[in-house]
Design a protein around this ligand. Sequence first.
Ligand code: NAP
Length: 291
Amino acid sequence: MKLLDGKEISAQIKEEIKAEVAAMIDNDIRPPHLAAILVGEDPASQTYVASKEKNCQSVGIISTAYRLPENTTEEELLKTIDFLNKDDEVDGFIVQLPLPKHLNDDKVIKLIDPTKDVDGFHPENIGKMVLGEDTYLPATPYGIMELLKRYDIDTAGKNCVVLGRSHIVGTPMSILMSRNSKPGNATVTLCHSRTENIKEIAAQADILIAAVGKPHFVTADMVKDGAIVVDVGIHRIEDASKKSGFRLIGDVDFEEVSKKASYITPVPGGVGLMTIAGLLLNTLKARKAKM
Ligand code: NAP
């Protein structure tokens, strides 16, 4: 078994971005600028936004966070989006999801200028992705595709099973893996909560991508010998032996599945770091589009 090491590959990507940003600064070109809107106090969202800010800073990308209170009205949020849409100094921005319940994620996403939609969630960008046109790919699937590419994983003609059909992970992942590209050209099966015989289907996968949001959902009996396994899930579980009191696990039972897989992503140190790398790559792309 070999690790698909998100830590190593994301560090490599960040070094490449850092060098490009440094060259911009040397040539008196403004560095890329990413803004993030965070509404409310959700601890996971706060952690994600703080991590995005830190990662931007580490490569020289300017980052600005707009932290709005939990009771922000739709009108107030739309004003911030409108402001960022019009701000020439901001190349791309994200609205951290999920929004508090009184706000509608889908409606809000549609109001982002697609040229600044570095999360790749706007319907226009999703449409371009489906058609194989140049666009911002959603960060998690983008990061996974980069990981497969940089490990030179041969996906053409392979049987790929994606578990989960969310708009941000499972569905775009299934589209990217079936596109005529490298990586890609796989024969894809997309599974969800209504799929019958999911264990048998998963066990036929040459490439298994788990994004169900259930801790240790994928057990060793669901994995073919030699399969490539990508674990998107992130779950905090209590662990008294850790200083923090918790540890992170994925949708895949790593200990057992790693005995059968040829390649596997760890949690942490796998897809999560690649997601950040995907967002940074999209932000750099947004800046270059304006140059
Ligand atoms: P989500 O929106 O909750 O979607 C989960 C998907 O899994 C749904 O399509 C659901 O089917 C399916 N599902 C749920 N239970 C199932 C079951 N028993 N059998 C088969 N399918 C089942 O989750 P998500 O946003 O895609 O996230 C998935 C996981 O990845 C979460 O743990 C999340 O925290 C993590 N995540 C990690 C990153 C990262 O950077 N590493 C990024 C995003 C998400 P239905 O559609 O039928 O309900």
